[in-house]
Design a protein around this ligand. Sequence first.
Ligand code: B12
Ligand code: SF4
Ligand code: SF4
Length: 388
Amino acid sequence: MILTAQGSSGEAPSLSRKMAQTLALEAGFSEAGVTAVPQDTAERDAERFEQWVRAGKAGTMQYLKRTEEGTGEGRMIRSRIGLAFPWAKSAIVCFSNYESGQPRSINPAAEGTGWIARYAWSSRRDASGVQRPSDYHKVLKKRLQVIEARMRVKLGEFEARGFVDTGPVVERSIATAAGIGWTGKNTCLIHPKLGSFGFLAVLLTSLPVEEETAQLKPLPDRCGTCTRCLDACPTGALIAPYQMDARRCIAYLTIEHRDVIEPELMEGMGRQVFGCDICQDVCPWNRKAPIGSDAELLPRTELVNPALEWLAEMDEETFEKHFNGSPVRRAGFNGLRRNLAIAIANSGAHSSIDWLRKWQQSTDAGLRTAAQWALARLQQKDGTSRSE
Ligand code: B12
Ligand code: SF4
Ligand code: SF4
């Protein structure tokens, strides 16, 4: 690989898109771009972000709300990169394709099966060939470290910080500015060739961006007149094009929200037990997206359309055995059972009714409320089918 510092001799090294792409592909990513920081759209996006949070759309995701003073007043830390990282002059944004060619959540599926979001199916084979759960946070973070180390060898010392999902930055805003894709009406970052089933990883650096790269324009929005995602969202979380109310989003409810789920949203949650792919599964830009061949993000096929009963039977030890090291663990044992109770009722899976009876006695309010709702729903369904 040829990696050269940009600019003539004596000049400080700078970053180019080509350099970032070469390094990123070598580290195992599918695509990469570069933007100067703050990006041209930084102020607009910061305002959008703050308005979104202040309107309550972030629900209980407190980590998004942190402000400069920590009092709830003032600018929100993650709205502007410069607040937490005043030294940052550029961002390398990397994209890892996780499309695996497995069925979509919207395809017909066997009775009594649920849905786990495809991003959480990931696994890798260990040295002895055994398939182990993998988590994109760890996988991608390591790749950023590889990029950073190679840059240091060639360019010398500079400041850098890598983030995958959990850092205080709005990754899709930076990714759009770096020319990776556009923000779809479903709010996802869509790459024109790879679609939206891709993770983002960001490496902030103190290096300036090389002139030619700085002149690159962001990609145009190609959603056109399409509204498939808005029409398909079963809980009305996409309240307008490009605007989500996370409090209604099944991904938020099943992964991030720790407490009682509003019963009025439970029916719309359908059979989703962890995350939701519907607004991406209907997106035409994901139809022809190539299948990724990432050895660290291999799909665990037992998690594709999993039997609800199999998940319901798991005790805490089995849950840990299957999901330690997997993104699914974030829901927690009781959180997953809460989601399962809802999916069981929506699927009419009577064979799991004993689990619901047990769970309605739980001291966990989220699980108890979901199980009570689920039992009532199954009874109601029975009544309806008998009277038909
Ligand atoms: C909080 C969060 C969530 C929340 C809220 C999602 C949301 N839409 O805001 C919940 C839990 C619901 C969620 C769900 C999912 N998430 Co999430 N999430 C995040 C996180 C941590 C922060 C996002 C955030 O700041 N949201 C606040 C809003 C305001 O910001 P935003 O959505 O990025 O908004 C931008 C655009 O929408 C745009 N915008 C806003 N208003 C307007 C108006 C107009 C007119 C226009 C043009 C644009 C525009 O500007 C904003 C700033 O640039 C990021 C990681 C990160 N650190 O950024 C991952 C991240 C966004 N999530 C990711 C993933 C994979 C998912 C899921 C697919 C998981 C799943 N299958 O269940 C779903 C997708 C749901 C969806 N349709 O977005 C990926 C997305 C990759 C991609 N290709 O887009 C990220 C980047 C994580 C990663 N490192 O890969 N997520
Ligand atoms: S992830 Fe599911 S619930 Fe959330 S906006 Fe998309 S379709 Fe709606
Ligand atoms: S479904 Fe249509 S409107 Fe929604 S993100 Fe995809 S192309 Fe855009």
